[in-house]
Design a protein around this ligand. Sequence first.
Ligand SMILES: NC(=O)c1ccc[n+]([C@@H]2O[C@H](COP(=O)([O-])OP(=O)(O)OC[C@H]3O[C@@H](n4cnc5c(N)ncnc54)[C@H](O)[C@@H]3O)[C@@H](O)[C@H]2O)c1
Length: 253
Amino acid sequence: MKRLESKVAIITGAGSGLGREIAELYALEGAKVVIADMNIQGAEETVQTIKTAGGEALAIQTNVTVEEDVQLMIDTAVEQFGTLDILVNNAGIMDNMYSATTITDDVWDKVLAINTTGVMRATRKALSIFEEKQAGVIVNMASISAVTGGRGGLAYTASKHAVAGMTKNVASHYGPLNIRCNAIAPAAVPTNITNNLVQPDEFGMKQALRGVDMMSRPGTTKEIANIALFLASDESSYVNGAVIQADNGWSAY
Ligand SMILES: NC(=O)c1ccc[n+]([C@@H]2O[C@H](COP(=O)([O-])OP(=O)(O)OC[C@H]3O[C@@H](n4cnc5c(N)ncnc54)[C@H](O)[C@@H]3O)[C@@H](O)[C@H]2O)c1
């Protein structure tokens, strides 16, 4: 029996990087997956790969900062696949490493809107279904910046600390209803998020790079997807409110 047999999962930001890898793995393990991304072309590509491998998936253009989009994303999962079992809040952006003196209101608002408010919106809507079913799993993509102070810019660090807080709050409040919410805190994994980093803030970048030589190696998308699979499956049934650091021991130093 596959580990997510007949489960219905939504993965935000699954048109690229970590979200795409998670979606492909979930589909291989028997889940029907909704690929939600602002970038519909990327989302369609993920769907195509999944279908070619014999899996079930659909793409939906979703901006996680827009309430109507989030409502439609979850309604579509229920209409097309019958229910919702797993929500992976993965969509996110970086902040160009702006520090506390160089951060602009625009960057702050954008990063918080996507990385934090987007997670709240999708969580709120998914919980209305999970409460009724008395079952459901949420996996949040936090970051090592959810548990450390200096590895990202100010806005990114604040946004991901908020994700860790929401993860624990939801786990604590809804655990008794058989609903689990955990987070993954990866260090560095080569994806478009870092490829898209152009002319980062000089001071913020210099400070963030301190200690990077202590990191033994970057992670792979597969290594992160494996954690997301564990957290979505019944194998992690007693794990709730955890923020799992995935950094080969970097932050343990
Ligand atoms: N790659 C890393 O090193 C790393 C480390 C720690 C945490 N993370 C987190 O992992 C998550 C995925 O990042 P990635 O590395 O795969 O990056 P990525 O850029 O490859 O993928 C992010 C995806 O999110 C989508 N997206 C962005 N804004 C969106 C919005 N408003 N609504 C819907 N979709 C949106 C993008 O279109 C893209 O497809 C992010 O939350 C990121 O903060 C990544």
